[in-house]
Design a protein around this ligand. Structure first.
Ligand SMILES: Cc1ncc(COP(=O)(O)O)c(C=O)c1O
Length: 368
């Protein structure tokens, strides 16, 4: 039996006709950049998430970049990020000329640790970027308290549909940043992203910066960039958006099934499963377990045709491009431990019970 980490062809098969007719609609219109598809996508996401402003952009990376630009973050400023995330979280800070300040993660959730955030705050801290890693929201109330009044930019790239205290990711901080990379829970057919905010002025600034700071055309108030989303991507996302809640609940059901299967095999003592703190809804962009001998287990799973991946093997403080940064020399034991033992198992919505049994049986062969 084959169990890929992700098989997007199954999702496509379930919505093929709707996607093709949406793509045809855009082709017939010959309007490829921004336009009504993008406008409608933004309104539909505003309604779905219950956020006042949703601004579609070219990628999750650009969502982070333009958010920092809109807040006026630049040279001499510090921005606090967890050291354990995808590169874009810290890379975008460096790209605006600010200094990423690395903070260790909570050992159980692998999310930005509020107590450590508090001690990393300085008078130069201009923003904090918690990451809702793997689809679980960071502890927003504790982070807010630790951050004082400093703006919080949620890196919600992996967490569309997740909630904390009944509020959705993207509505928890000053700004929220999403990715529509094809493998995400809501994925386009190429790159795409989104910024959310309740702040009218920040929303207007992001809209301006998205298109080279121009308003009207050819009159430039700011130096922005080309952070626009294609109409073809918006059309695909509009087809997928109404299915998102169902797909996320299938991911959650698959997570529950893994828990039962690992319990039934008596493996709960040997393998750390993801936790879901009360009051938060995990959307399992990834189902990441932790186990000793991770690389040996991965090799065994590969031999059983089970796809896995490591998110992320090298924390920011160990990245060559950040070696010069003051905080790179610090101690980050929780991130280092995670980098050594995390592994993502297949969790996509269409995964079958038989496939999950094969994954768990294959792990049991190796660690029981
Ligand atoms: C946590 C996190 N932040 C930012 C990004 C960047 O998103 P994109 O790939 O759309 O630029 C990603 C995407 O992988 C991510 O996982």
């Amino acid at each position: 039996m084959q169990v890929p980490l992700l098989d997007l062809r199954l999702q496509y098969a379930s919505i093929r006709e709707d996607v093709l007719s949406a793509l045809t609609r855009v082709c017939e219109s010959q309007q490829f950049i921004m336009g009504s598809e993008v406008d409608r996508l933004e309104s539909e996401i505003e309604a779905t998430l219950g956020v006042p402003h949703a601004i579609a952009v070219s990628s999750g990376t650009d969502a982070l970049l333009v958010s920092l630009m809109a807040l006026g973050v630049g040279a001499g400023d510090e921005v606090i990020v967890p050291t354990f995330s995808f590169f874009a979280t810290a890379g975008s800070v460096a790209r605006v000329g600010a200094t990423p300040v690395f903070v260790d993660v909570d050992p159980d959730t692998l999310l930005l640790d509020p107590a450590r955030l508090r001690t990393a705050m300085t008078p130069r801290t201009r923003a904090v970027i918690p990451v809702h890693l793997y689809g679980l929201c960071a502890d927003i109330d504790a982070l807010r308290a630790a951050a004082g009044g400093v703006p919080i930019i949620e890196d919600a790239a992996q967490a569309i549909g997740a909630t904390c205290g009944g509020r959705p990711a993207g509505a928890l901080g000053t700004m929220g940043c999403f990715s529509f990379f094809p493998t995400k829970n809501l994925g386009a057919f190429g790159d795409g992203g989104l910024v959310t905010t309740a702040d009218d002025q920040l929303a207007a600034k992001v809209r301006l910066l998205r298109n080279h700071g121009a308003h009207p055309k050819y009159v430039h108030h700011e130096v922005g960039g080309n952070f626009r989303l294609d109409a073809l991507q918006a059309a695909v996302l509009r087809v997928k958006l109404p299915h998102l809640a169902q797909w996320n609940s299938q991911r959650r059901a698959n997570a529950d099934r893994y828990r039962s299967l690992f319990s039934a095999r008596g493996l709960r003592q040997r393998i750390r499963l993801p936790i879901e703190p009360s009051g938060r809804t995990h959307v399992y962009h990834q189902f990441v377990v932790r186990l000793p001998g991770r690389d040996r287990v991965r090799a065994h799973l590969a031999s059983r045709d089970v796809g896995t991946e490591v998110y992320y093997p090298v924390p920011f403080h160990r990245q060559p491009c950040f070696a010069h940064l003051p905080t790179a020399a610090g101690a980050f034991p929780n991130a280092d431990a995670a980098a050594a033992d995390v592994v993502a198992l297949p969790i996509f919505p269409e995964l079958t019970a038989a496939q999950q049994e094969h994954v768990v049986n294959s792990i049991a062969e190796c660690i029981a």
